[in-house]
Design a protein around this ligand. Structure first.
Ligand code: 5GP
Length: 194
């Protein structure tokens, strides 16, 4: 997605050879116009997938998920990283090791908001080693729901998460795929032909 790639080039900050900071439009300040375009693009790519629910992880997945949900006319639900005391017995939970924070979180979703009748599109801001994706997949499978695939805003294609999921036959749609962050420069992979 050209507008996203331009935004990354202009406003993203390469913190190291592996970490990109996008606080200017996605992870702290949010560019609502760009989020809407992202939502339209995911909605277009998954329009024939029979999606009934969008699943994400708080907090940075929420903005693109809400816009996608708006465009697809379905609800979105975000997994919480801290347990709500009132919901303790009615949760699907999974462990997720955070790439950027180097800590493990137990993520959870109320059983009320995902069921075996759902076809789920999982959306997240980044795909790196795939830990968040595996945790969300675990929750989808505990609920007996169908996984339609992943909508990823920024994939770091030089880390193994995306390839491992694709090898398992899982559909991944990334709007920007980064080939490398070496020497402080963002290099994109060519968009996969579809
Ligand atoms: P994974 O679980 O795929 O290893 O990492 C995905 C999660 O880690 C994303 O939800 C995102 O919050 C965070 N993350 C991974 N790499 C980056 C990065 O380069 N920049 C930022 N801002 N977040 C990242």
């Amino acid at each position: 997605m050209e507008t996203l790639k331009n935004k990354i080039t202009q406003e993203g900050k390469v913190l190291s050879d592996t970490v990109l900071k996008v606080d200017a439009f996605l992870n702290h300040q949010i560019d609502a116009e760009l989020m809407l375009e992202i939502g339209e693009e995911f909605a277009k790519r998954f329009k024939d997938a029979g999606i009934t629910k969008i699943l994400t992880l708080e907090s940075s997945g929420i903005a693109p998920s809400v816009m996608t949900a708006l465009k697809m006319g379905v609800p979105t639900v975000f997994a919480r990283k801290r347990k709500s005391l009132t919901l303790i017995d009615h949760l699907y939970s999974a462990e997720v090791r955070s790439y950027t924070k180097q800590e493990t979180n137990e993520i959870s979703i109320s059983k009320e908001y995902i069921s075996s009748n759902d076809t789920v599109l999982v959306i997240d801001d980044f795909l790196a080693n795939g830990q968040a994706a595996l945790g969300l997949m675990d929750i989808v499978s505990q609920a007996g729901a169908t996984l339609a695939g992943f909508g990823i805003v920024i994939e770091k294609g030089f880390q193994e998460g995306g390839d491992e999921l694709r090898k398992r036959g899982i559909r991944i749609e990334s709007l920007a795929n980064i080939a490398s962050l070496t020497d402080g420069e963002v290099m994109f992979k060519e968009e996969v032909a579809r």
